[in-house]
Write a protein that binds this ligand. Structure first.
Ligand SMILES: C[S@@+](CC[C@H](N)C(=O)[O-])C[C@H]1O[C@@H](n2cnc3c(N)ncnc32)[C@H](O)[C@@H]1O
Length: 246
């Protein structure tokens, strides 16, 4: 694990730049990953409105920013610390969306702007943060009291991790700085000045990412289990707002 923030941020960018240089698909685009993405998009759609100003933190190749811009966002700032992702995200953006999306290569902790964002999305980013509290405090300065922050992150106690722990093993991605249980996520959000409005489990059964087409019923069961047994769910989706003072 990295010894200091700068080393960690550099190792993050290197991790992804390396994958990009190899020309491989960096993110899984199989049927299960697509279903999980779809479920997340359904979740965030509940908080969207036409003309919203959106910050996409850790935008990766920008797929979500493009989707948001197509859905009627007024403007999207897509921010990522990995230069290769910003280059790729820009190159994947169709001409009619270029006016709406601004790409910024920066660590979220260092980003400064007026407090004008209505919605902040952070998909698969929280577990990568060296200083999550500082990141959330920075985000708090970029939003208003009525803005919403939508987070999706893996659950430290997901069934797969729990099974590994039973046999005395641990398998955490080297790109993850720290993973959280739903309780730990709530705690860190509260410590950063946020109140959690909603928290939902996402996905459940390990190994489904390996399946190809034709497993819709199993995927539906997986979603149901994630929602109904959130403590062991694969991921956590959370909606939070700045806590009211006084
Ligand atoms: C697992 S990827 C998720 C990308 C995208 N949100 C998605 O769902 O496809 C994590 C992303 O977070 C970025 N990242 C990690 N730490 C960051 C930080 N402190 N500030 C901004 N981006 C960061 C990485 O460069 C990477 O693109």
């Amino acid at each position: 694990m990295a010894g200091d923030k700068q080393t960690w941020l550099e190792s993050q960018a290197e991790f992804y730049c390396h994958k990009l240089q190899e020309g491989r698909e960096v993110f899984d685009t199989g049927p299960y990953a697509t279903m999980i993405r779809g479920e997340w998009l359904r979740f965030i759609k509940n908080f969207m409105f036409d003309g919203a100003a959106i910050l996409d933190v850790g935008c990766g190749d920008g797929w979500q920013s493009r989707w948001l811009a197509e859905q009627g966002a007024g403007r999207v700032v897509a921010l990522d610390l990995t230069p290769g992702f910003i280059v790729r995200a820009r190159s994947l953006t169709p001409a009619h969306l270029l006016d709406k999306i601004t790409y910024v290569c920066c660590a979220v902790e260092d980003y400064r702007s007026e407090p004008t964002f209505d919605v902040v999305v952070m998909k698969d980013v929280f577990e990568h943060l060296f200083e999550p509290q500082k990141a959330m405090e920075t985000i708090a300065d970029l939003i208003t009291e009525s803005s919403i922050v939508l987070i999706e992150t893996c659950n430290r106690r997901r069934l797969r991790n729990t099974l590994w722990r039973l046999v005395g093993r641990s398998k955490i991605s080297p790109a993850h700085f720290r993973e959280y249980t739903p309780g730990e996520l709530t705690e860190i959000l509260q410590e950063s000045g946020f109140a959690v409005d909603e928290m939902v489990g996402l996905g459940f059964l390990p190994g489904l990412g390996r399946l190809r087409k034709g497993h819709e019923q199993l995927f539906a069961l997986d979603l149901w289990l994630g929602q109904n047994v959130p403590g062991l769910a694969g991921g956590i989706m959370a909606a939070c707002k700045k806590a009211q003072v006084g």
